[in-house]
Design a binder for this molecule. Structure first.
Ligand code: F6P
Length: 548
């Protein structure tokens, strides 16, 4: 059997430091956060770190003075330092696909040198950025015209997964800075409803489709792109209109040309950018058109600031390392299955959805780099909604349920939209929630409020529920870049500890193959021989009966 190019390492759970953490967990588990705060009045200042415009308070975690040093020893034993270096220097750390992992090169300033197979990739990155900028300026200034001569007013991004979640999240997050006389829409689902609703009020003469697909072979995207062409040409009546109304973002020029988009209207990227790490590549063209090239450059600056912090800061002050190690702490020692991400900013409403792909497609793996089944848990399930909405929905479970749900609270000192005194209300809720989760309310306190004895148990808050607090001055493109890079590198930190390939996604293949095979079984007028299990066969027959 061929050996994986990454050096074999001892199994995680057999490492002495892992055993030491198991022993440490037994000591920490019974301690309440009330106790930890009472014992150390400076805890809320001590367990903090700051970088790239972000302030992290991790004091409301179930850790003692020994925990982070032990977790850092674990990181060292797992070779995190070397692995960070390997990623930034373009080593092929995506071993199962034999690729470098260089989303960090997308935000490297001009003049930096990053080699892939001996060639410096930074000049190419900047060449594409300049191509994007020239195009974005033309569209924003109304110089890029539709086929009938009208300026483009509507941008429709067609893509799925990393070719959608990043662009739509960034557009929503940075909407405050967006060109308000333009409309931005995002179509991802192969469900025709997505296309129909996104385009129903748009004039094809003023609409530009950005077809985003790293591979340009993704079924959903090609179906939607094909239909977009029909929609456009039905109105404009000439195949030549495709030139004015379609651009492509891809690594696959051959497929782009095959689809009928002139490769002159294509913006490239590279196989060393993973789909879920690509929103700051040309995949971010819709973002750049929305917020302008200067805003996009600021976004990249935020990413870069966090990259440099991750690459150089000591682990005990390193935000992504701390957050990554805390996730390991809860996942593997406290057996927490999920992490909630709770942005207290309406503009970040798609941030949890974006993080779901980033975290779970990266670290939802069950074999190590050497192909051995893990004997420990890997990625938690990420989920969340903006505050305060979530408070009136699922927070009940976080406060009083039987599951431990570590939460990341994300907020801003300043609002972008000052509406009465609502920002103070929002942030009062933000701070109050982390306080309530940590400290809870004892039965004595509940009774002291005059609650009847029979009702008191229902009104008790156990507390001791861990949270991270992430704060920044205000939501800007730069801060958004730092925030995304924070999570990207936290995910990598977790993946290194778990010894998995955080950059492949073989788990999405099987469903895709089966679906492709099944399409004719749903569409053919003569019933094909169905060779599935009895459940699937029956379901297909029921569908056929309704449709054919
Ligand atoms: O199905 C998973 C996936 O491969 C993601 O990793 C990717 O972001 C998405 O599909 C879209 O792929 P593409 O950009 O090649 O269309």
């Amino acid at each position: 059997m061929n050996k994986s190019p990454i050096e074999q390492r001892p199994s995680l759970t057999s490492m002495p430091i892992w055993k030491a953490l198991e022993v440490h967990y037994e000591k920490v588990q019974p301690i309440h956060l009330r106790q930890l705060f009472a014992d150390d009045p400076k805890r809320g200042e001590k367990y903090t770190a700051e970088a790239a415009g972000l302030y992290l308070d991790y004091s409301k975690n179930r850790i003692t003075d020994e925990t982070i040093p032990l977790l850092i020893q674990l990181a060292e034993a797992c070779g995190l330092r070397q692995r960070i270096h390997a990623m930034f220097s373009g080593e092929k750390i995506n071993t199962t696909e034999q690729r470098a992992v260089l989303h960090t090169a997308l935000r490297a300033p001009k003049g930096k040198k990053i080699l892939v197979d001996g060639a410096d990739v930074v000049p190419e990155v900047h060449a594409v950025l300049e191509q994007m900028e020239a195009f974005a300026h033309k569209v924003r200034r109304g110089e890029w015209r539709g086929y009938t001569g009208k300026p483009i007013r509507n941008i429709v991004n067609i893509g799925i997964g990393g070719s959608d979640l990043g662009p739509v999240m960034a557009y929503e997050a940075l909407r405050f800075y967006s060109q308000r006389n333009m409309t931005f829409r995002f179509i991802s689902n192969v469900d025709g409803t997505d296309f129909a609703e996104a385009t129903r009020d748009l004039n094809p003469e003023e609409t530009l489709f950005i077809i985003c697909s790293k591979t340009f072979t993704t079924l959903e995207t090609l179906a939607n792109a094909g239909y977009a062409r029909t929609w456009c040409l039905n109105a404009l009546g000439d195949a030549k209109a495709v030139r004015n109304h379609f651009v492509a973002i891809s690594t696959n020029a051959k497929e782009v040309a095959k689809f009928g988009i002139d490769t002159e209207n294509m913006f490239g990227f590279w196989d060393w950018v993973g789909g879920r790490y690509s929103m700051d590549s040309a995949i971010g063209l819709s973002t750049m058109i929305a917020i302008g090239p200067k805003g996009f450059r600021d976004l990249l600056k935020g990413f870069y600031a966090m990259d440099e912090h991750f690459r150089t800061a000591p682990f005990e002050k390193n935000l992504p390392v701390l957050m990554g190690l805390l996730t390991v702490w809860y996942t593997n020692f406290f057996a927490a299955d999920t992490t909630a991400v709770l942005p207290y900013d309406q503009y970040l409403k798609r941030f949890p959805a974006y993080l779901q792909q980033l975290t779970m497609e990266s670290n939802g793996k069950h074999v190590t780099l050497d192909g051995v089944n893990v004997d420990y848990q890997t990625s938690p399930i990420y989920w969340g909604e903006p505050g305060t909405n979530g408070q009136h929905s699922f927070y009940q479970l976080i406060h009083q349920g039987t599951k431990l749900v570590p939460c990341d609270f994300i907020g801003f000192y300043k609002t972008l939209n000052s509406v009465g005194s609502q920002h103070a209300m929002l942030m009062a809720n933000f701070f109050a929630q982390t306080e309530a989760l940590a400290f809870g309310k004892t039965e004595e306190e509940v009774k002291a409020d005059g609650t009847a004895a029979w009702l008191a148990p229902h009104r008790v808050f156990e507390g001791n529920r861990p949270t991270n607090t992430i704060l920044a001055e205000k939501l800007t493109p730069k801060v958004l870049g730092s925030l995304i890079a924070l999570y990207e590198h936290s995910v990598y930190t977790q993946g290194v500890i778990w010894n998995i390939d955080s950059f492949d996604q073989w788990g999405v293949e099987l469903g895709k193959v089966l679906a492709k095979r099944m399409i004719p079984e749903l569409e053919n007028t003569n019933e094909p021989v169905l060779k599935h299990d009895s459940s699937t066969n029956t379901l297909i027959r029921k569908y056929r009966k309704s449709n054919l």
